[in-house]
Design a binder for this molecule. Structure first.
Ligand SMILES: NC(=O)c1ccc[n+]([C@@H]2O[C@H](COP(=O)([O-])OP(=O)(O)OC[C@H]3O[C@@H](n4cnc5c(N)ncnc54)[C@H](O)[C@@H]3O)[C@@H](O)[C@H]2O)c1
Ligand SMILES: [Zn+2]
Length: 344
């Protein structure tokens, strides 16, 4: 059980549990236990969802913290998915010039991605995650039981990031993952533990090597996201992030074949693995020019150049980071054509 070590991480500080209202109800027994084990820590609950991850949500949380008497001796305990950890983490980074926080992720994406690495942010009308800070959590506690209530679509969202970890950093993990049954991954305790712990290890290794995104080593974590973000934008954000990333991994792998980074034979394996886990990226219905233009509008692509991390082989990026390659329209077009003809 993680509760004793959580208590240790809190130490002599005064903990305040921060979560979203929906989870306060849905995970009531766990939140209740957590509060009791932390000496009756108060629970602050706010509205969740991406719509409530803006600057005003941060102000509301700050005001609630003042009311609850939080001070420099406090520690926030974030219980929730990436929306909660981004908001709570960023609030902690500026509250009275910065107080610590702990992460208790409740989504797969939170466990393997959002709660790790110290990036925290809120959304603005100018774009997602544009105002934020590097403020690493004092510790992150992962309890697989918390995933029991997670809707299947949210589970798949996290799985897309796990695929990214395997595809770019660990071939054995990719092969294991690509051959797994989706139901098994979720229901089988050993499978779930392997999934979560391997991905956490892979992400943390990259973050440790480049904590503040200074050397560019973290670029590898953006794999699949150049095209993925473009697909999200083109859909008016109706396509879920994980689905867009799975499709992005595939499009970018096809572009890497066209540009001579990845042997064509590997592309069929990439497609096979992604589809075996139930992702069916709709590249047929997408116009490469629109994808290219939407990718060019991304905040990460400075001076109009569309950059991406090409794959060299399954488990390995084409260059040692920080290098990225330029994604051009020709590669996207030819890549899309290639995808139509490649079969596992
Ligand atoms: N800081 C980072 O490094 C980083 C990395 C990746 C993503 N993010 C951010 O994370 C957010 C996405 O994270 P997310 O997918 O966890 O979103 P989320 O926090 O909105 O959670 C997704 C949905 O699942 C629900 N939920 C959460 N836990 C549940 C549980 N145990 N049972 C049932 N339902 C549950 C939530 O209420 C929500 O409806 C985005 O805002 C993104 O920008 C941040
Ligand atoms: Zn992502």
């Amino acid at each position: 059980m993680i509760l004793p070590s959580l208590g240790k991480a809190v130490g002599v500080r005064r903990p305040l549990i921060c979560t979203e209202r929906k989870l306060e109800r849905l995970l009531a027994p766990s939140v209740g236990k957590l509060s009791v084990s932390l000496g009756g820590a108060p629970v602050m609950a706010f509205l969740g969802g991406e719509r409530h991850k803006g600057r005003s949500a941060k102000e509301r949380l700050e005001d609630a913290l003042f009311q609850a008497g939080a001070d420099r001796g406090s520690i926030l305990v974030s219980v929730g998915g990436g929306v909660v950890s981004d908001l709570v983490g960023f609030t902690a980074s500026t509250y009275m010039r910065g107080i610590p926080y702990l992460g208790v992720p409740t989504t797969l994406l939170g466990m393997v991605d959002a709660a790790l690495g110290g990036k925290t942010a809120v959304d603005t009308p100018g774009g997602k995650n544009l105002i934020g800070a590097f403020h690493p959590p004092a510790a992150v506690f992962v309890c697989l039981d918390l995933l029991a209530t997670l809707p299947p679509a949210e589970f798949r969202g996290g799985l897309a990031e796990c695929l990214k970890h395997g595809l770019f950093m660990d071939r054995a993990y990719w092969e294991w993952l690509a051959g797994r049954d989706l139901g098994h991954l979720r229901e089988d305790r050993a499978d779930l533990a392997r999934l979560v712990s391997t991905s956490i290890g892979l992400k943390c290794a990259v973050v440790d090597a480049d904590p503040e995104e200074a050397s560019g080593r973290r670029n590898v974590l953006n794999a699949g996201h150049t095209v993925g973000h473009a697909l999200e934008r083109l859909s008016g954000y109706r396509t879920a992030h994980g689905e867009a990333v799975a499709a992005g991994l595939l499009w970018e792998a096809a572009a890497a074949v066209v540009q001579g980074y990845l042997p064509a034979a590997e592309l069929a394996q990439v497609r096979g693995g992604i589809e075996a886990l139930g992702f069916s990226p709709a590249w047929r219905s997408l116009d490469p020019r629109e994808v290219y233009e939407a990718a060019g509008a991304d905040k990460k692509n400075r001076s109009g150049r569309v950059l991406y991390v090409p794959l060299k082989a399954i488990g390995e990026p084409a260059f040692p980071p920080p290098h990225t390659a330029r994604l051009d329209l020709r590669a996207l077009r030819a890549g899309a054509a290639l995808l139509n003809t490649c079969h596992h």
